[in-house]
Design a protein. Structure first.
Length: 304
């Protein structure tokens, strides 16, 4: 294993403090086992993310979600898979790090004797990425006793309300400031979640919190007319994505003419950018823990 890979996964080593054996499998996964194989060791949690090539945000978001899940459920081995071929290829070429895709991860789980798989995706919404993820996971269902796919971040009314409150508590914008979040956006019907969140902000009294998207119908251009009527002293931009990666760095806060920051500055606004992914916020990570627990509870009901 390369020095880069060892450093990259060093934080996983602390996961094994109270366990008997920690076994590193290839370059990107730590499977934790006890000497005596019991029921819980036949169940594992697979965390599936889109991925990011930005190391700093990866450590603060994806790896922190994984770490929180491990500490919440330390008796279960934790596996990782990323779905973006482009990002996985870039990490492999640039850093010598191999991240498993879904097929590789499910094959590894089977080879390790896992019988029950709890899948926790780190997607914000259940769009095209989520649909493709479910299809790939369930293609391996015959190899296991149970495969349970947990919810993405925002599915239920409770999820959305908790995210809304988490955003308000994290950013608490000033009264003369507009806080505009950048979501990804999609042609999927799930894109309706973004205007729904915008309305939810207002429902809870956060009239200066707004939602836009990089793709889809809620672009920065569609927000400019509304912004003129609001007359803010400042505009605060923040990503509404798990990681503060390429979209946040370039499309939101970049120096190119078509970035949100540049467009707003050209319109005469004072602009502040915060590069903080949703995965950095504890209240958001707690929702993933709740969803994983629901998956484990469902497995218990199946096995009862």
């Amino acid at each position: 294993m390369s020095a880069q890979s060892i450093t990259f996964y060093r934080h996983y080593i602390c996961f094994a403090e109270n366990l008997s054996v920690a076994v590193v499998v290839n370059a990107n996964i730590l499977i934790i086992r006890r000497f005596k194989m019991g029921v819980t060791e036949k169940t594992a949690i697979l965390v599936i993310s889109f991925g990011t090539s930005y190391e700093e945000t990866r450590k603060k978001t994806i790896e922190q979600i994984e770490s929180d899940l491990h500490h919440a459920f330390p008796e279960y081995p934790l596996y990782r898979a990323w779905t973006s071929p482009r990002i996985r290829a870039k990490l492999r070429k640039r850093d010598g790090i191999h991240i498993m895709d879904i097929d590789e991860a499910m094959t590894q789980l089977k080879a390790d004797g896992i019988r029950n798989v709890i899948v926790q995706p780190t997607y914000v919404i259940t769009g095209f990425e989520s649909d493709a993820m479910k299809e790939k996971v369930l293609a391996h269902k015959k190899d296991f006793d149970s495969v349970i796919i947990c919810d993405s971040l925002m599915v239920t009314k409770q999820d959305k309300e908790e995210v809304c409150q988490a955003m308000a508590q994290e950013y608490h914008p000033d009264s003369d400031e507009i806080l505009l979040f950048m979501g990804h956006g999609t042609e999927h019907v799930a894109n309706e979640l973004y205007p729904e969140m915008d309305e939810l902000f207002k429902h809870f009294g956060y009239s200066n919190m707004h939602m836009g998207t990089v793709e889809g119908d809620f672009s920065i251009e569609s927000f400019l007319d509304k912004l003129k009527n609001l007359h803010p002293a400042h505009v605060h931009l923040a990503p509404f994505m798990i990681v503060a990666g390429d979209h946040a760095t370039n499309d939101m806060s970049g120096e190119d003419d078509d970035s949100w920051k540049s467009i707003l500055k050209k319109e005469g606004y004072s602009v502040k950018c915060t590069l903080k992914g949703l995965g950095e916020i504890q209240a958001v990570r707690d929702i993933f823990i709740r969803h994983t627990k629901a998956g484990l509870d469902r497995l218990s009901e199946i096995q009862a």
